[in-house]
Design a protein around this ligand. Structure first.
Ligand code: T46
Length: 150
């Protein structure tokens, strides 16, 4: 996986290689810090939807799917959790624990999430509205599609 800021040249990379930790702007202030995300500036997509995961019980696991087209930025707004990325060839486990880092996850990447800390909140910025037909929820079906280059 790449680290650093998104750049247009990333478009030529495939699936997991396009996933990257994005260091978001931080305005440090004695009153409290501020971080912001702008479409096309910090992330390579326009934001159509935001959702968040919260009140997550200990030991819970989420995810267990991939998206045909959707791109997302995943942020540990509070607390921490792990995310496992898998493009059908490689797997990588990442720990998210800073509200100023966003994990960009492109299409055709299977993701699983676990190890949520108590009180953690996961904010997700997404490139499209919710569409169940964009999901692979069966790993074997995803694997077949990924390996034929869908
Ligand atoms: C992802 C991880 C990080 C909606 O109605 N609208 C929405 O925008 C979303 C995201 C979900 N839903 C419904 C669909 C299911 O009936 O909420 C229910 C739970 O969704 P799901 O099991 O997909 O939740 P997670 O936490 O496993 O996955 C979600 C996203 O679906 C997924 O894209 O990357 O968060």
């Amino acid at each position: 996986m790449n680290t650093g800021v998104w750049s247009p040249s990333s478009d030529s990379l495939k699936h997991i290689e396009r996933c990257r930790m994005i260091d978001l702007p931080r305005i440090n202030d004695p009153r409290g810090n501020l971080t912001f995300v702008e479409s096309g500036e910090h992330i390579p997509f326009g934001i159509e939807r935001a959702y968040y995961l919260y009140d997550i019980p200990g030991g819970a696991e989420r995810g267990g799917h991939a998206h045909k087209e959707l791109e997302q930025l995943i942020i540990a707004i509070s607390g921490s959790f792990d995310i496992i990325l898998d493009d059908g060839y490689r797997q990588e486990r990442l720990h998210l624990n800073r509200s100023y880092y966003g994990l960009y996850v492109g299409n055709m990447v299977w993701r699983e999430m676990d190890n949520f800390s108590s009180g953690s909140v996961c904010l997700v910025l997404a490139s499209t509205l919710y569409d169940e037909s964009d999901y692979y929820r069966d790993y074997d079906e995803f694997l077949q599609a990924a390996r034929r280059g869908a």
